[in-house]
Design a protein around this ligand. Structure first.
Ligand code: PBG
Length: 330
């Protein structure tokens, strides 16, 4: 038993050097993934006000920022397309056009910044007029699972052909990881990895992201509770993760991050596989709003929040603050 006064925990907090020697977790630039938005316009523009400081890049701009990320030591970027509404459709045909915006961006980045990892979402929401991650059943409410998975396979192949290193299934359809793995393998893409958003919760923290990709255009909100996970559940996340690993996922994602650190912890205790976590747009927006008001210190709060992910057991973290953090870590 540890008893006062023989044990005084403050002794190990008394100087910086001893705090450093006894620290249990650390954040390094190796842990960061930078999510970036790309559109088909010539110029790079500022984004919606709910994501202050975050830009939407032209294809050339995405190459420059990927280069900047690499120069800062960041290992991977996750690219999200902001698709022109004219190219959206009921059944998301543009998603598997091998010359679509994201494929062009992937090719451009691979050409100029060949050593940075490229991650791209497999999900239909940037391409559907209704904003859902899959195609709708005839009742126009529910998302059809198996046909959606067939389209996701075509999308994953288009991304792989363009040079994407990791396809990230963020759609939450059942059975998609196995079918995407098979489609990739059958087409000689054994080296393309799958990051499965295994435990992706139906969260209101995605609002700024949805505003950007335009997946809630018709209404102001969209209900994805028929496929994304119920946030009251933790044991179900284990089941999702186990199934995706059995189907061939290389890494798994927990998302959102900060309200779900318990899930990261459970998953990292349970599975000997790398756990990724996503500090999503709403989390970043909250921190930015408070810091822009002078209520919190941006650098300190972002750093503390990301160390929290590491302490919970995340190996890599998607964060819109990746470049800022990488600069400060130097
Ligand atoms: C699309 C997708 C979403 C996010 C990443 N991929 C939104 C959603 O599921 O509606 C959210 C990321 C963020 O909020 O930063 N499947």
């Amino acid at each position: 038993m540890f008893n006062f006064p023989n044990t005084r925990l403050r002794r190990r907090r008394s100087s910086k050097w001893v705090r450093n020697l006894t620290s249990e977790s650390a954040l390094s630039v190796n842990d960061l993934v930078f999510p970036l938005f790309v559109h088909d316009r010539e110029e790079t523009t500022e984004l919606v006000s709910s994501l202050p400081g975050i830009k939407c890049y032209s294809i050339d701009g995405s190459v420059s920022i990927a280069q900047e990320a690499e120069d800062l030591g960041i290992n991977a970027v996750a690219i999200f397309p902001v698709v022109d509404s004219k190219l959206k459709s009921e059944n998301a045909e543009e998603a598997y056009n091998s010359d679509n915006l994201i494929c062009k961006a992937i090719r451009a980045i691979k050409l100029k910044v060949p050593d940075i990892g490229i991650i791209a979402d497999v999900a239909l929401d940037p391409y559907t007029t209704h904003g859902h991650d899959g195609i709708l059943k005839s009742n126009r409410i529910d998302v059809e699972n198996d046909e959606t998975v067939s389209i996701l396979c075509k999308q994953a192949l288009a991304l792989a052909k363009a040079g994407c290193n990791i396809v990230a299934s963020s759609d939450m359809m059942d059975g998609r990881v196995g079918r995407i793995r098979k489609a990739l393998d059958d087409n000689n893409f054994q080296d393309v990895s799958i990051l499965s958003y295994a435990a992706k919760y139906c969260s209101s923290f995605y609002a700024p992201f949805r505003q950007i990709v335009g997946s809630c255009v018709s209404s102001n909100s969209i209900d994805k509770s028929g496929y994304q996970m119920d946030y009251r559940n933790a044991r179900e996340a284990i089941c999702e993760i186990e199934m995706d690993l059995n189907e061939g996922a290389d890494f798994i994602m927990i998302k959102p991050g900060m309200p779900y650190l318990d899930i990261i912890k459970i998953a990292s205790n349970e599975f000997n596989f790398p756990i990724f976590a996503y500090q999503v747009s709403g989390e970043y927006a909250m921190i930015k709003a408070a810091t822009n008001n002078g209520w919190l210190d941006y650098d300190k709060v972002i750093y503390e929040s990301l160390v929290g992910f590491k302490r919970a057991g995340a190996s890599a973290i998607f964060t819109y603050a990746a470049l800022d953090v990488a600069k400060n870590l130097r």
